[in-house]
Design a protein around this ligand. Structure first.
Ligand SMILES: [Zn+2]
Length: 335
């Protein structure tokens, strides 16, 4: 059995800066944990190129109003998977041309994880809860990268990742025809991958409980974030955006002309209310490049400090993973 109790409270979700608090109901089931533990122990894209023209913020399927939430989720999952397949095919040749083998691999993995999860028959969380959990079943998979999707309201954002139940939360405003939204999905998928790797470092039930506890927020408790999880997610997000912009972010950081956020917004088919997120990514890229992540997995100090400062400004207490399922407070000096 892989059913475990987690402490009562609110599952904390990792989301992009500018997103909502991402509160999620505590789940009583730890999805896929036993599978994980067993495994452990053992260019600008031409506008409209990937996506069709934005049809407005309510670009949802016309029949969705009559569909059940479970069926609506199926529709959105299929659109997300299709959009990510299209994005992958657009950037793959640029990825293949890169010289840095580690970066090449890191850029491909999120696409592969989403692609493999297409075959996960339990990925629709509502259906999984109704058809499997309700009759006492549990998820069985050999793939430790499997995750769930759930469609729900997110106040100010399009997607988030909830570690406790390994759920990618798709906000109701998420538009797979919007490349910035696809980029957010890509960022959140890096959290899925990091979560798998963090779990693979866990060696005991106590460490596992501590890991679950970290991502469960009780009433009145501080907001916490593992910033090392965010450094990697933003790092790879910037790398992909740079490829999508044909190297413009890198060039701007080195010597080129500054990147115009409005131009990026138009190219990504993003909404006007997403300009803040675009500006933030550009700002991050200015300190991420020219070095980016080095061969030891270390990020530029100015990038680390800037990402950390943004979370601190949002009222988060910052932590880093120890690699054993536990977290310690982040300080510039200890990272
Ligand atoms: Zn994140």
């Amino acid at each position: 059995m892989n059913i475990k109790e987690v402490p009562p409270g609110t599952e904390q979700a990792s989301e992009s800066l500018g997103d909502s608090e991402g509160k999620v109901e505590a789940q009583k089931v730890v999805f896929g944990f036993r599978t994980m533990l067993i495994a452990t122990l053992g260019l600008l894209l031409a506008a409209g190129g990937v996506c069709s023209a934005l049809q407005g913020q309510d670009a949802s399927p016309t029949s969705s109003a009559e569909k059940s939430p479970e069926d609506q989720t199926d529709v959105l999952i299929a659109r997300v998977e299709s959009a990510m397949r299209a994005l992958k095919s657009k950037v793959m040749s640029s990825i293949e041309e890169m010289e840095d083998e580690q970066l090449k691999k890191d850029l491909k993995v999120p696409f592969d994880v989403i692609g493999r999860n297409e075959a996960n028959t339990d990925k629709n969380k509502l259906r999984f809860k109704r058809e499997v959990l309700a009759i006492g079943g549990h998820h069985i998979s050999d793939n430790p990268y499997d995750f769930l999707y759930e469609l729900r309201d997110i106040d100010d954002g399009v997607a988030a990742y909830a570690h406790v139940s390994r759920t990618m939360i798709l906000g109701k405003s998420l538009d797979p025809d919007n490349l910035l939204d696809c980029l957010v999905i890509y960022h959140e998928t890096r959290h899925v991958i990091n979560d798998t790797h963090f779990r693979q470092g866990i060696k005991s039930d106590a460490e596992f409980a501590a890991y679950m506890r970290f991502f469960t927020r009780r009433e009145g408790e501080e907001k916490m974030v593992c910033v090392d999880d965010e450094f990697t997610a933003y790092g790879i997000e910037i790398e992909l955006l740079n490829l999508m912009l044909d190297g413009a972010l890198y060039d701007a950081a080195v010597s080129g002309p500054p990147v115009d956020p409005e131009e990026v917004r138009a190219l990504l088919n993003a909404r006007t209310d997403q300009i803040g997120m675009i500006k933030l990514l550009i700002e991050f890229s200015e300190v991420y490049y020219p070095n980016g992540m080095n061969e030891n997995g270390v990020y530029p100090r100015a990038f680390v400090n800037l990402v950390a400062a943004n979370y601190r400004n949002l009222g988060y207490s910052l932590y880093i993973n120890t690699g054993k399922g536990t977290q310690v407070p982040f300080q510039t000096e200890n990272y």
